[in-house]
Design a protein around this ligand. Structure first.
Ligand SMILES: O=C([O-])CC(=O)C(=O)O
Ligand SMILES: [Mg+2]
Length: 571
């Protein structure tokens, strides 16, 4: 018989833990699915009830229990407990329906889970690196339990979703993002490490909350903060030379500064800046196919000029330049608005990310404005009459009917993406945006929303969330050996997403979705990974490999939730 015709052996896993240590290791635990052979081998007799169950039976029982709970927040808490006990079971439950479970383990539920993280916290997961750990971070990372780590999500809790400084409670986000790396991008949970960098908090309520689990101290800033981050990054690089270091929910200025400082030295990226930009760019390309103004004609107002807003302007302007536009003209198409109003040259509070998109100082000289030193969103809307409006402000309800009125009458379909999370912080509700524009707007949100019924027809609401990008990036790192993350890769990811768009192949443009549904996030992750690896090879930051080799590597890299038979590791 030729070798290829032999049945492939059932893979097994070598395990070095025994007894209670094995049951308490969430990536290895099977609960009462350990069979008699394994119970003998690993000294589990007496520690488990007699009946041996299967993974599908465990999933069915857990699902019934989850369904009986009163709301999604209770389900989030219960699922997190399962995750901390048995990761395979957790992912098998989630894999039943990403559409049902992502809103529970991720946005929007995760916003409240962060706010109440201290109250619902039961056992440690990942690493809390505290400011007081200075000088011993490398030592903490050296624990052999982290040997297999390939992706780190690190946050300092400085700007969680649209709900601001959550201090150590922000740990909910790295945990949630990594759950999606696995659920959507097939990352082996043993390769995932959530890290919370606890540098204090300026959240008064937390500082006075007797339950708060973090450091009760004001945020460390400036050179001391930067030195702490530098020690952390150096320790990560020394410990795992092939790691992907994903930054999440840092405050705007820290986010950009840290990204700029380290992106040339290692495989690191900021999801709020680059991931959000990648999915927004992909959705805009799809929107153009569905009747929005062509890229060269776009005028884009971005309300909320922090990391995400600046990242979006940066990537969209690069996309315009790639289409042949003059770089300066492309940058001039962006109108960024922050707490000081329209960002213009000469303003005192301008940030590094805003600088390239600052409008001329006197742009409002001929406009009819209340205060030329502070040009408001409404005034910008009236004078710019944008083709696209993006909300990354965290200000719930900021896009009123009056604000978007100038967009409602334009010849091409206006694009309005209200991206702030969680739901209470969204700039406008999808049904309002559609009804205020007589259904003409192409809309998207940062979190999940049910379709809107308009004139008897269902309009899907696209979730323009970075979860369409980062799981594929993780997969590209594991399968493709990427050593740097470049802007070109996020553009490639955007184009790959646009190619998957249901709007690409339909006549029914008005009600077509821009992005594939959440249930297809794993397919999107593979497409993004392929695009990122291909771009990495073109830019010389991924090793050369044939298309077949890449497909084989992708297949090998994708972990699925199942129990492998365990064998004893030789000690
Ligand atoms: O976590 C999400 O749903 C998207 C995101 O990065 C944010 O809002 O900060
Ligand atoms: Mg974020």
């Amino acid at each position: 018989m030729p070798a290829s015709a032999q049945p492939s052996p059932i893979p097994s896993r070598k395990v070095g833990l025994n007894g209670r240590d094995l049951l308490e290791c969430p990536v290895l635990n099977k609960d009462n699915a350990f069979d008699a052979r394994e119970r003998d081998l690993f000294g589990l007799h007496g520690l488990l009830p007699q009946h041996v169950t299967t993974l599908p039976q465990q999933v069915a029982r857990a699902t019934r229990r989850l369904e009986a709970l009163p709301d999604n927040f209770s389900r989030h808490v219960a699922l997190r407990e399962i995750q901390d006990r048995n990761e395979t079971l957790f992912h098998a439950i989630v894999a039943q329906s990403l559409e049902d479970y992502l809103p529970i383990i991720y946005t929007p539920c995760i916003g409240r889970a962060c706010q109440q993280f201290s109250q619902i916290w039961t056992r440690p997961r990942g690493l809390f690196l505290n400011y007081g750990d200075r000088g011993r971070i490398a030592d903490i990372l050296s624990d052999p339990r982290w040997d297999d780590v390939r992706v780190i999500v690190a946050s300092d809790g400085g700007s969680i979703l649209g709900i601001g400084d959550q201090g150590a409670n922000g740990m909910g986000i790295p945990i949630g993002k990594l759950a999606l790396y696995t659920a959507c991008g097939g990352l082996d949970p043993a390769c995932a490490l959530p890290i919370l960098l606890d540098v204090g908090t300026d959240n008064e309520a937390l500082l006075h909350d007797p339950d708060y689990i973090g450091w009760r101290h004001r945020r460390v800033r400036g050179a001391e903060y930067d030195a702490f981050i530098a020690e952390f990054v150096a320790a990560v690089q020394a410990r795992w030379p092939r790691i992907a270091l994903h930054w999440e929910d840092l405050a705007g200025e820290d986010a950009l500064r840290i990204l700029d400082q380290y992106r040339g030295r290692m495989c690191t990226y900021n999801d709020d800046i680059q991931g959000t930009a990648g999915v927004t760019a992909g959705a805009l390309l799809a929107a153009i196919r569905a009747g929005a103004a062509p890229l060269r004609q776009q005028r884009i107002v971005i309300f909320g000029a922090g990391g995400a807003g600046c990242g979006i302007a940066d990537l969209l302007s690069r996309m315009m330049v790639a289409e042949g536009m003059d770089p300066q003209e492309a940058r001039g198409r962006f109108f960024m608005i922050d707490v000081h109003g329209l960002v213009r040259h000469g303003m005192e509070e301008i940030t590094r990310g805003q600088e390239p998109f600052a409008q001329p100082r006197d742009i409002a000289a001929t406009w009819d404005v209340h205060d030329p030193a502070h040009v408001s969103l409404a005034e910008v809307m009236a004078h710019v009459r944008p083709t696209m409006l993006i909300g990354t402000s965290g200000q719930g309800g900021a896009f009123t009917r009056e604000i978007i009125a100038p967009m409602a009458r334009m010849p091409q379909r206006p694009v309005i993406f209200a991206l702030s999370n969680p739901t209470a912080n969204i700039e406008a509700m999808p049904e309002d945006l559609l009804s205020w524009t007589d259904g003409r707007a192409i809309i998207g949100t940062g979190g999940p929303f049910a379709p809107v019924v308009l004139d008897g027809r269902e309009r899907p609401v696209d979730q323009i969330n970075n979860s369409y990008v980062f799981p594929g990036v993780g997969l590209a790192v594991v399968a493709g050996g990427i050593t740097r993350m470049t802007d070109g890769m996020f553009l490639a990811a955007a184009r790959a997403l646009a190619d998957l768009s249901p709007a690409a192949g339909t006549e029914d443009m008005a009600s077509a979705a821009l992005l594939p549904p959440v249930s297809e996030l794993p397919r999107a992750a593979i497409a993004v990974a392929r695009a990122v690896i291909g771009q990495g090879q073109a830019e010389g930051v991924a090793p050369p490999a044939t298309a077949e080799d890449i497909e084989a590597a992708l297949e090998r890299a994708i972990w699925t939730a199942r129990y492998l038979p365990y064998e004893k590791a030789d000690c």
